[in-house]
Design a protein around this ligand. Sequence first.
Ligand SMILES: *[C@@H]1O[C@H](CO)[C@@H](O)[C@H](O)[C@H]1NC(C)=O
Ligand SMILES: *[C@@H]1O[C@H](CO)[C@@H](O)[C@H](O)[C@H]1NC(C)=O
Ligand SMILES: *[C@@H]1O[C@H](CO)[C@@H](O)[C@H](O)[C@H]1NC(C)=O
Ligand SMILES: *[C@@H]1O[C@H](CO)[C@@H](O)[C@H](O)[C@H]1NC(C)=O
Ligand SMILES: *[C@@H]1O[C@H](CO)[C@@H](O)[C@H](O)[C@H]1NC(C)=O
Ligand SMILES: *[C@@H]1O[C@H](CO)[C@@H](O)[C@H](O)[C@H]1NC(C)=O
Ligand SMILES: *[C@@H]1O[C@H](CO)[C@@H](O)[C@H](O)[C@H]1NC(C)=O
Ligand SMILES: *[C@@H]1O[C@H](CO)[C@@H](O)[C@H](O)[C@H]1NC(C)=O
Ligand SMILES: *[C@@H]1O[C@H](CO)[C@@H](O)[C@H](O)[C@H]1NC(C)=O
Length: 459
Amino acid sequence: MLFPRSFNPTIRSFIKPPSCILLLVLFCCTCFTTTEAYDPLDPNGNITIKWDIISWTADGYVAVVTMNNFQQYRHISSPGWLLGWTWAKKEVIWSMVGGQTTEQGDCSKYKGNIPHCCKKDPIVVDLLPGTPYNQQIANCCKGGVLSSWAQDQSKAVSAFQVSVGSAGTTNRTVKLPKNFTLKAPGPGYTCGPAKIVRPTKFITSDKRRVTQALMTWNVTCTYSQFLAQRTPTCCVSLSSFYNSTVVPCPTCSCGCQGNSSLSGECIDPDSPHLQSVVSNPVPGKNSITPLVRCTRHMCPIRVHWHVKLNYKEYWRVKVTVTNFNYRMNYSDWNLVIQHPNFDNLTQLFSFNYQSINPYGPINDTAMLWGVKFYNDFLMQAGPLGNVQSELLFKKDKTTFTFDKGWAFPRRVYFNGDVCVMPQPDAYPWLPNTGSKQEVSLLALVMTSLLALVLLYAYV
Ligand SMILES: *[C@@H]1O[C@H](CO)[C@@H](O)[C@H](O)[C@H]1NC(C)=O
Ligand SMILES: *[C@@H]1O[C@H](CO)[C@@H](O)[C@H](O)[C@H]1NC(C)=O
Ligand SMILES: *[C@@H]1O[C@H](CO)[C@@H](O)[C@H](O)[C@H]1NC(C)=O
Ligand SMILES: *[C@@H]1O[C@H](CO)[C@@H](O)[C@H](O)[C@H]1NC(C)=O
Ligand SMILES: *[C@@H]1O[C@H](CO)[C@@H](O)[C@H](O)[C@H]1NC(C)=O
Ligand SMILES: *[C@@H]1O[C@H](CO)[C@@H](O)[C@H](O)[C@H]1NC(C)=O
Ligand SMILES: *[C@@H]1O[C@H](CO)[C@@H](O)[C@H](O)[C@H]1NC(C)=O
Ligand SMILES: *[C@@H]1O[C@H](CO)[C@@H](O)[C@H](O)[C@H]1NC(C)=O
Ligand SMILES: *[C@@H]1O[C@H](CO)[C@@H](O)[C@H](O)[C@H]1NC(C)=O
């Protein structure tokens, strides 16, 4: 996964052992083409978990735990987050508001007052919407769903209150919990250690008084698609008005049909068992394991980019997102698309739009998502399982061309995960361009690497 498949061995053969500089250079050349921990389109994205101690009790403290999703386009959808940690000493949770632990654990040594949870490593989940008001706190009870920062900042926060016993009762005796884990609900997030930060200040609703936490610590969690799953979940297909070829998703983008070690099951839409398989999930497999329609790409999601029309001043694209997963309705789905013409997007039909500029002035990346109550809900596989929109771009005469696949996106993400693109040399091309692009991308990369190798060999 670290190197694009075909050019890994060739690079290796260039590396001479003591040449650290060279390794560094090679690494930097490849890090923009792969998909590990660092996300080039959202380099500062993270989820921050903040613990504010709001009062000391006889044997511990009461804390409000707040999770903020600072990621531009990655949200946590149903069935929601699971937050875990390990207590540093013999702490117990006496009670919780706006959240609960998944297991109580062994509280047998307590008489009379029984704690909410006695586990050394509790796991907390959010409560569901509709929880009685006396068991709620602000920002709780959304079933663990967190919006992304760009989509809706007011919903990118979640909170619960916890009353901890057998803990320290001053800011010097409290021990910070360790080993935070965040599941969303599958793997993908890594959390750093808790760090004591300046106590949070709270402003009262009439804005006439400021109070502050007795003690505050923060934990930062970051996402890596590499950790989340080894197989992609989405692929891209392309077509255009100027060439009748439809370039499909690459075969086996997300798995191969009939190969259980790579992909698992898929189902034929004409199968008479469809209904029973969909409504009776296999015991042991949870609902986040996709059950996809059998296709050559085997992806739960396909994004199709069709170059539809060419006007004098403008050009028009139709984007269709299709759900092939029978087990998932994607609520609040989002797309991130990189294309140089997004700096001149003129009109957009039936999707919301927000420009993402991780690198300041370069304005070539857009986040698109559905319109509330209209197409923000991408229905499970079937006749209704798609959403679509049209984009109108203004041509910039200096850069615009239909040649060499320029009109197609450079990078596409669905719900924060990178989609598999067709090979650049397979893109539909203009009928009259005569010969094909002579230099393939691979050759280009190889040439520049070779040049660098030679350069450093003589330094
Ligand atoms: C987390 O994200 C916020 C907002 O992007 C950023 O200000 C902060 O520095 C990030 N924290 C870490 C530890 O990266
Ligand atoms: C701690 O987290 C909060 C968000 O929950 C953030 O506003 C604050 O800047 C963070 N503090 C530090 C020092 O990272
Ligand atoms: C604990 O509180 C004292 C004063 O109340 C303060 O000076 C100190 O910095 C605090 N320590 C921590 C770890 O918050
Ligand atoms: C925290 O995790 C690390 C690595 O997984 C492990 O070595 C350590 O024992 C854990 N600490 C606790 C208190 O569970
Ligand atoms: C499944 O894929 C693996 C790895 O590519 C291959 O070795 C194996 O023969 C395949 N099995 C079937 C049934 O196609
Ligand atoms: C998706 O939503 C539809 C309509 O609300 C519902 O009938 C269906 O059961 C849902 N499917 C899944 C997999 O949740
Ligand atoms: C990026 O382009 C969009 C569409 O033309 C525009 O609305 C937005 O203001 C631009 N943002 C920046 C930072 O240039
Ligand atoms: C396209 O956007 C860029 C950057 O915002 C701007 O400099 C340029 O003039 C725009 N081109 C057209 C044709 O509007
Ligand atoms: C359309 O593009 C394909 C490459 O995807 C190419 O093989 C084909 O010749 C093109 N069609 C025409 C009419 O040029």
